[in-house]
Design a protein around this ligand. Structure first.
Ligand SMILES: [Zn+2]
Length: 205
């Protein structure tokens, strides 16, 4: 603590610094900004955190955020219950929902297998997925994990666990991004795009 600072400000800086991607300088900027706000504003600001933390629940079916025991997606009669899309975290559910292209159910793993980060299969929401996959109404499990070694490892682990259950397992297509030139696409992506080619008729154009 410098002589120009105060322990009260330092405490706030430390708290902001705990957030992902927030360095000491940004944390200090936030703390000083809070000082410029009225006491009422700061109180509403801090209350929104505590309220969110204490009131938000996780759906017992898919582990997505929810205000009720079972989330809006899992309880909706409009959703296609034959498909379950497996994702790493809640941000992926939001991203896929924003496409407007998917109308099935979700299953949030709560991470992926990553030995470097000390995450193993036991840390993920896998038992509830396997249990759900056994139900006859679900016909297809779509693995929508990131395209990294950890993502691939998790895909492979889940595939091995699911292969004896009567459900089809697919992964999302990996290919060339819209607007990309073939010659600038990396070899792995281009190779996979050729292997995962789709019939022209029926492809989304
Ligand atoms: Zn749910």
């Amino acid at each position: 603590m410098s002589i120009h600072s105060s322990k009260l400000i330092d405490d706030v800086v430390q708290q902001f610094h705990r957030l992902p991607g927030i360095g000491k300088k940004s944390a200090m900027r936030f703390a000083l900004h809070l000082l410029k706000m009225s006491e009422d504003e700061v109180s509403a600001f801090s209350q929104s955190f505590t309220q969110m933390r204490s009131k938000i629940m996780f759906c017992k079916e898919c582990h997505n955020i929810s205000n009720t025991e079972v989330c809006d997606v899992c309880s909706s009669p409009q959703r296609d219950r034959s498909k379950i899309c497996v994702v790493e975290d809640i941000r992926d559910v939001i991203a896929i929902e924003n496409t407007g292209q998917y109308h099935g159910l979700y299953h949030v793993l709560g991470g992926i297998i990553s030995p470097i980060d000390g995450k193993g299969p036991g840390d993920l929401n896998i038992p509830t997925l396997l249990e759900k996959a056994q139900k006859e109404e679900h016909k297809e499990i779509i693995l929508a994990l990131k395209t990294t070694i950890e993502g691939d490892t998790t895909n492979f682990y889940l595939f091995k666990k699911l292969k004896d259950i009567e459900v089809s397992v697919s992964t999302i297509a990996r290919g060339i991004a819209f607007g990309d030139e073939l010659e600038y696409t990396d070899e792995i992506t281009l190779g996979r795009s050729i292997l995962n080619r789709t019939p022209y008729q029926g492809a989304l154009l």
